[in-house]
Structures are given as C-alpha cells and as structure tokens.
Design a protein around this ligand. Sequence first.
Ligand SMILES: [Zn+2]
Length: 348
Amino acid sequence: MLANRTCSRRPHQTASARAFAHQNSSRATPASPILQVRQTLVVCCVCILVLVGTLPRTVFASGPSATLFDISQVADGVFVHTGRHVGIAHGERGDSANAGFIVGTKCVAVVDSGGAIEVGKALHQAIKERSALPICYVINTHIHFDHVLGNAAFAGPTVKFVGHTELAEALVNNREFFGENFAKELGGSSPSEIVEPTLNVEDTLQLDIGDRLLTLQAVPLAHSHTDLTVFDEQTKTLFSGDLVFIDRLPIVDGSLRGWLAWITEARTRPIQRVVPGHGPSSAPWPHGVQSLEAYLSVLLTDGRDAVRNGVTLEEAIATMSRSAARKWLVNDRHRRNVSKVYRELEWE
Ligand SMILES: [Zn+2]
C-alpha cells in the first residue's frame, strides 16, 4: 500500500500544520524577541520532526520497489500493477505487462505473475501488504514470457496454478527458449522451475475465492493459442490478458480473424471495465477495445487487398498498414504482425 500510505499522511500533516498556525495566530499580545527566537526554534524542531517522520515512507515510496511496483485498486477488491511500455530488447522488459489480484473472503487469486522472478516477488509482497488471506490461485492469461516468468515466486503447497488447456504443454515446450533468452528475468533459477498449470481450463471454469466468483474462459486461437480471460462477477471486471492492448502495439501471435471474432463476441457482454494485458490499469468497456479493433481491422482489410492484388510477402512487410501502426507506442513489431497476418490470409 505504498501509494495509499503516502497519501494517507497528507491530510494528517495538513491538519497538524493548520492546528499549529491556529495556535500562533490566537495569541493576543506580540511576542518578545527572546520568545520569538524560542518560537522559531520550536517551529524548526517541529518541521524537522515532521520531515523525519515522513522520511522513511517518502524514500520508500520513491525507491526502486515502489517505482517497480505501483499498485492501484481499479474496483472493490481488484488490484492491478501496470507494466511499462518497453520493447523486447529493453533491459527492464520483465516488467512490461500488467498483473493483478482479486481478493475474496476466503483467499486471493493472482492474475499473471509478471515477466521476471523479481516482478513475481514484488507482486507477492504487494499482496501480503494488502491482505492476510492465503493465495489460492495463480492464473496465467497466456504463454508469453511477460505474463508467466514470475510464477515461481508464488509456488507453494496451497497454491493452484491455472491456465488454458494448452498452456501446460506450451510452457514445457518453451522451457529451453526461456532458459536461453530470459536468464536475467529468471534470476538464476532454472527454467524447470517455471511452474505450469495443474488446473486446466478447456472451456469455462468458475472459481470461488469466498463470496466472490471468478469465471475463467478459454479462448480459441486469437492473440495466442493459450488465451484465458478472468471475469470477476462481483465488479464486472474482465482481466483480458493480451486479448486487449491499449497504447502499446498489439502483437498478433495466434489468429487475426480469431482475435477479431473474440472482440465481436466480447463487446456484447455486460463488462464494466477491462484490465488489459498492456496499457492502463483499467479502461471502460467496450471503449477500451476500440483502438485495438481498429488496428486489427486495418490489418485484415489491407492484408486481404495485398493477397488479392499479388503483393509479395516482402513488399507487404515493407509497406502495409504503416500509418495504422504509427498510432501505437513500441510499434517496432508491426512488420512481424504483417508477416503473420499475410500468411494467415494467404490461405483463406
Ligand atoms: Zn502476449
């Protein structure tokens, strides 16, 4: 509760300052020079005490852990850490995705664990600061490293790992890749410690975390082949994983048409807000998905035109939908998207 702690002190400090000012202004007679010196000393001492009193929290709030790990409450009992908009080549890529948790009356469910062990540990610590309840579920929204590499930070006998029915196999198949490419993010631990789900969702699964139901839905090929959404029935909050990108360029790693079909279906659902895989901690629904849908629709239209008009894959990669990509941050993977989309649409 770093932000809350810092904020909660401000009214107290303001009230103290006001009370102090009131005491001084209520004096009926002017103070003597000696008294004025004493008052000045008292004021200085009080200022130093106030400063010293705030120092540990101020330093903590602006230190690495707070900078790394801001948490905001987006709805009653729903908390989100927002990742940074950094590219895959960036040194701090382990903290590039959103991660969060939902607190019931029985236990806590974590949704995504970050892209590094350190991020997972920071999330775990943030949960302990907000709830004494045990963590019962760690739910991964899909296979990509920035959502799963923090899993080991939560491993324990009472914690169940949950994922799309294809996720466990995908994690096992990617262990070597993760080990070779994400040694820093794994913090010296072996990729064999990346925890895979034991509770697999083939279609829909409901979890009860105590007076609170979470509906998990496995999605057919869309952003990836392992997408899983988490819907908090109490606050109508949807954790979409990377089925929703905001601000940062979406990555097509599954099926463009499948992704657009998911958006069309999800648009009509009674969702209050979405927690995207990348972007702000939450956004209203369906407004939060509009930019993504626009970008994917341009890729579909331009991709079909390119295939129909005999544009080669290389030409398409060099030229296609570039103005649509420029509207997004960290958009260096647009060319890769075009390549993926072209090859999908080629076989329509
Ligand atoms: Zn992803």
